[in-house]
Design a protein around this ligand. Structure first.
Ligand code: ADP
Ligand code: MG
Length: 241
């Protein structure tokens, strides 16, 4: 049985995600790095938002906090009415399972397993029986255009194909909010366009919210709204069209 601390449900005025004056200070050997200093923004249900900024601006830090992988030094991160910043470890794990999909900057795939096995694995960790997990994983890989790569080892896939396996994993729990960190960081222009086209299509079909952080202007331009981050602060906002 999962024992959960009761949390007050917070009104985010119709927003799926509301980041409220978030701070993150890393401390290592007496050296403090202020990665985020009061960043604020929100994302509506079904909205596609990009956060663009230079290396070191705080993008990955922000995404990790929203994904419940780390805790902020101060501030609130409200997702679906609950404050992720004040959840304990168990609550954060449940939060990730129920609401969030994350596509990591550096692939978190197991190279010696097949594409299919890589997608099945986390589903079975979530307690889904293998036959059901296999069916779901197969469908996701097909949806991502990897029909004839299902049984290839990840080490045998191209960068763009491996990236799509990562997206399949992130989608496997049907998240309300998909987070992507430098999704197309090391891919060439054509593959970047393909991956972004696919993500945009999935976003429209599934009506999930999508938050992409990137240093790449062209990637950011695919979003409905672009936020700019510098020195751990959201500094300006551009609307689509
Ligand atoms: P971005 O993803 O925009 O390149 P990051 O969020 O990775 O930026 O980093 C923001 C700042 O925080 C940088 O100055 C970086 O060096 C620092 N930083 C990131 N992670 C850590 C960490 N685990 N420990 C100490 N400093 C960190
Ligand atoms: Mg980063």
């Amino acid at each position: 049985m999962l024992i959960q601390r009761k949390q007050r449900v917070i009104d985010t005025h119709g927003m799926l995600l509301a980041v409220n004056k978030i701070f993150k200070i890393y401390k290592e050997n007496d050296i403090e790095t202020v990665a985020l200093q009061g960043a604020e923004f929100s994302v509506a249900p079904g909205e596609f938002v990009a956060i663009q900024g230079r290396s070191g601006a705080g993008k990955s830090t922000l995404l990790n906090l929203i994904g419940g992988l780390d805790t902020p030094s101060a501030g609130q991160i409200i997702v679906a009415g609950r404050d992720v910043a004040h959840m304990n470890e168990t609550e954060r794990a449940a939060y990730r399972r129920e609401h969030i999909g994350i596509v990591f900057q550096t692939g978190n795939l197991i190279p010696f397993l097949s594409a299919l096995e890589n997608v099945i694995l986390p589903l079975t960790w979530d307690g889904i029986p293998v036959p059901e997990a296999e069916k779901k994983a197969t469908q996701l890989l097909k949806d991502l255009g990897l029909e004839d790569r299902i049984h290839h080892k990840v080490s045998q896939l191209s960068g763009g194909e491996a990236q799509r396996v990562g997206i399949a994993i992130a989608l496997s729990n049907d998240p309300e909010l998909l987070l992507a960190d430098e999704l197309t960081g090391e891919l060439d222009t054509e593959i970047t366009n393909q991956v972004m086209d696919m993500l945009k299509k999935l976003h429209e079909e599934r009506q999930m919210s999508l938050l992409v952080v990137t240093h790449n202007r062209r990637v950011a331009a695919r979003a409905q709204r672009i936020l700019h981050i510098a020195d751990g602060l959201i500094i300006e906002e551009e609307q689509d069209e």
